[in-house]
Design a protein around this ligand. Structure first.
Ligand code: B12
Ligand code: SF4
Ligand code: SF4
Length: 261
């Protein structure tokens, strides 16, 4: 088990823009239940001799990093579980996956196999790797940047030291995200102890609407439209969250304000 390799990989991940880095045992992640039709699989589904899952998170700070473009298939609706076979482009999926592939070269150079994926249970991986708490809107909320983080995972046969799970309840009595959702898609109460996949009502959430041939017109205003099939994903239950907001907004200002001479 190489603690030294893990620290080298953490530094490499940071060079690729992933400031969040953790490791979870592949067998432990495989035990976490998830519903079908979410594109998800256990780590060994991506790499048969999976031993560890490296979970990496990137700060997503601009609305256009959440851009999506979908195509309309001739026979109508595009079901979510068929998205890999349809034309669905999501900016942050592409950014994080491309960078995770570049990162994975370092794992292979160290003599290990890798599989880069967005489709292990990423929120469970992140919380089991100690990076954040699964909040009431089901997103993994980091103490540093709240939910404004997107995850990508690298499954490997390297045996790396695992991190301790995150156990501090960052939500407490807060329910701001639940109240903010304009379509009441989030069931009130904590995410913990809820049947997998049932905390958010999938078809009440605005995000999958954008994959339909005819999205709910009344909901389009929450997913700004820029072209006939181009929008950004709804961000309301992220923006409502007070955790990490100060640092997120500080960075947005710093990244977007031209310094005065
Ligand atoms: C399917 C999916 C969706 C679906 C369904 C979402 C849902 N909550 O059910 C739809 C299309 C609606 C959706 C919408 C969005 N999504 Co989405 N989505 C996914 C995907 C592909 C799988 C999620 C899933 O079904 N997980 C399995 C089920 C079982 O989890 P769950 O029910 O949500 O949560 C349960 C567990 O977390 C468990 N649990 C709670 N506490 C703990 C603690 C421990 C230790 C464990 C083990 C388990 C556990 O209990 C929860 C309730 O049952 C992931 C990518 C991935 N690979 O994971 C992205 C992902 C979750 N989405 C993401 C985002 C950002 C969004 C949106 C904000 C859209 C946007 N602007 O980008 C919205 C938010 C809606 C919401 N409130 O969830 C990010 C979240 C980033 C983060 N900070 O965690 C992910 C991780 C993608 C990524 N690459 O980063 N999404
Ligand atoms: S992404 Fe928007 S519609 Fe979906 S649960 Fe969050 S606030 Fe509600
Ligand atoms: S808005 Fe409140 S309840 Fe929702 S995730 Fe953030 S802290 Fe938790």
């Amino acid at each position: 088990m190489s603690a030294e390799l893990k620290e080298q990989l953490r530094a490499t991940a940071a060079e690729h823009g992933f400031e969040f880095f953790g490791v979870v045992d592949a067998g432990t992640l495989a035990e976490v239940p998830f519903p079908p039709n979410r594109c998800l699989d256990v780590p060994s589904g991506f790499l048969p001799d999976a031993k560890s899952v490296i979970v990496m998170g990137m700060h997503i700070w601009d609305v256009m990093q959440n851009a999506v473009v979908t195509s309309v298939l001739p026979d109508g609706a595009i079901p979510f579980d068929d998205v890999p076979g349809s034309q669905y482009y999501n900016m942050y999926y592409e950014i994080t996956e491309a960078r995770a592939h570049r990162f994975a070269e370092a794992v292979r150079e160290a003599g290990h196999k890798t599989a880069v994926t967005h489709f292990v249970h990423a929120k469970a991986a992140a919380t089991l790797a100690g990076l954040g708490w699964i909040g009431k809107q089901t997103l993994c909320v980091t103490p540093e940047l709240g939910p404004h983080v997107r995850w990508a995972c690298v499954v490997t046969d390297a045996v790396l030291p695992c991190d301790e799970p995150f156990t501090e309840d960052l939500c407490g009595e807060c329910e701001l995200c639940v109240a903010a959702c304009p379509t009441q898609a989030i069931i009130p109460g904590p995410s913990q102890g809820v049947e997998p996949g049932k905390k958010v009502d999938f078809w009440k959430c605005i995000v999958p609407q954008e994959m339909l041939a005819e999205p709910n017109k009344a909901w389009e205003k929450w997913a700004g439209h820029y072209s006939p099939r181009g929008s950004h994903e709804c961000l309301i239950c992220l923006d409502a969250c007070p955790i990490g907001r100060e640092e997120h907004e500080r960075r947005v200002r710093a990244y977007t304000t031209r310094p005065t001479a």
